[in-house]
Design a binder for this molecule. Structure first.
Ligand code: SAH
Length: 357
């Protein structure tokens, strides 16, 4: 087996300075290397021409700039595009690039959001989710998370300015690498994207929500709630048996005491499961308790699963109850349904084809 070298884009300025110190190199080389990666966007150590040849040789022996590469792009400019990356160990992850709709964002229509993956597979087994079907393989390291942005910008020539951790995996189950990647993407020596442009989405790992509340970066939080009561949530999200709604909300109150931005509740509407108007009324109360916004998302059907989306009029009636209770609620327009943007589906197909799983 060929040795897998760590990627330079998974290192912070401090990590890189330390690596260079161990190589008896000057600390200022770290800034030069980071400038090659994040400003000049080279993908080969040999292109870092202001480094001495001997240092380039040593770096080449120990590192690569990035391990993963884009292997497929689906969709086109102005629509949702999906990128599939092959990792150094032959696994696949995906991200989705979502353009802002001019109708919704007006002059902010140049906003480009990337939805990134944090793990290969997922251990949380939400019953409606394609990623949960295949189980958990491994965490992504920080470089594999950062590369999703670097490679997508290189491939499209477009600047990403908004990041949501809503691709494959449970980001809070990979806390160390997630927070390192956020640091690199946010840093002025890195991708220099403002903290308020990060949203971490979680199925509800209450103790880790508190840990994330304590990091100094003002990231936003989205909670995949999908049920307004324990009874409904237990049916579809096994994580609720570990941390129920009361424990989750205790962590969310802590979050509110530490961070300024409103929390968002994601609520997938699944026919006959969580779409009753009674659920809507309880959800409204819960959202008001935390001053949270609600994103309603009609369920994206997954091949092999029996769940369905409710009729549009039910989705609208559900939303009306929230709005009339004074909650900011959106019923999300469909984006990317045509290219299987629901988590995991494309990766599952490719890995099966390659015989990795
Ligand atoms: N594990 C994290 C992030 C990944 S999932 C979390 O649970 O938040 C990103 C979002 O997609 C979650 O809200 C998840 O519940 C939702 N999702 C999963 N499968 C879906 C489907 N088939 N249709 C619509 N949304 C789905």
């Amino acid at each position: 087996m060929t040795e897998i070298k760590p990627s330079l884009c998974g290192l912070t300025l401090d990590d890189l300075t330390e690596e260079l110190r161990q190589l008896d190199e000057k600390p200022y080389r770290a800034k030069q290397i980071l400038e090659w990666i994040y400003v000049k966007r080279v993908t080969a150590i040999d292109d870092m021409t202001n480094l001495p040849a001997s240092l380039r040789t040593t770096l080449n022996e120990k590192f690569v700039v990035s391990q993963s590469e884009v292997v497929t792009v689906q969709g086109s400019k102005d629509t949702t595009r999906k990128f599939l990356y092959k990792l150094a160990d032959g696994r696949y992850v995906e991200s989705v690039l979502i353009p802002a709709s001019p109708a919704l964002y007006g002059e902010r229509a140049d906003r480009r959001t990337i939805c990134v993956s944090s793990q290969v597979g997922c251990a949380y087994a939400c019953k409606f989710c394609a990623s949960g079907l295949a189980g958990f393989t491994r965490n992504l390291d920080a470089g594999e998370i950062v590369t999703q942005l670097l490679a997508t910008e290189a491939e499209t020539g477009e600047k990403i300015n908004n990041i949501v951790f809503m691709g494959m995996g449970e980001p809070l189950a990979n806390f160390k690498n997630l927070t390192k990647a956020i640091e690199i993407i946010n840093a002025h020596w890195g991708m220099n994207i403002g903290a308020r442009h990060f949203t971490v989405s979680t199925s509800g790992l209450a103790p880790v929500i508190k840990k994330l509340a304590d990091i100094p970066i003002q990231v936003r939080l989205a909670i995949s709630l999908h049920g307004a009561t324990d009874e409904v949530r237990n049916k579809i999200m096994p994580v609720n048996e570990k941390w129920n709604i009361a424990e989750l909300f205790e962590a969310l109150h802590y979050w509110r005491s530490r961070k300024k931005q409103k929390i968002t509740f994601e609520f997938i509407l699944i026919k006959g499961i969580n779409d009753s108007l009674e659920q809507a009324a309880i959800l409204a109360k819960r959202a008001k308790e935390l001053d949270a916004k609600v994103n309603l998302i009609p369920y994206n059907t997954v091949e092999g699963l029996e769940w369905e989306r409710p009729p549009n009029r039910r989705c609208e009636a559900f939303k009306k109850i929230l709005v009339e209770a004074g909650v900011i609620a959106t019923l999300r327009l469909e984006k990317g349904h045509d290219i299987d943007a629901a988590c995991g589906q494309l990766r599952l197909r490719e890995e099966t084809a390659d015989g990795v799983v």
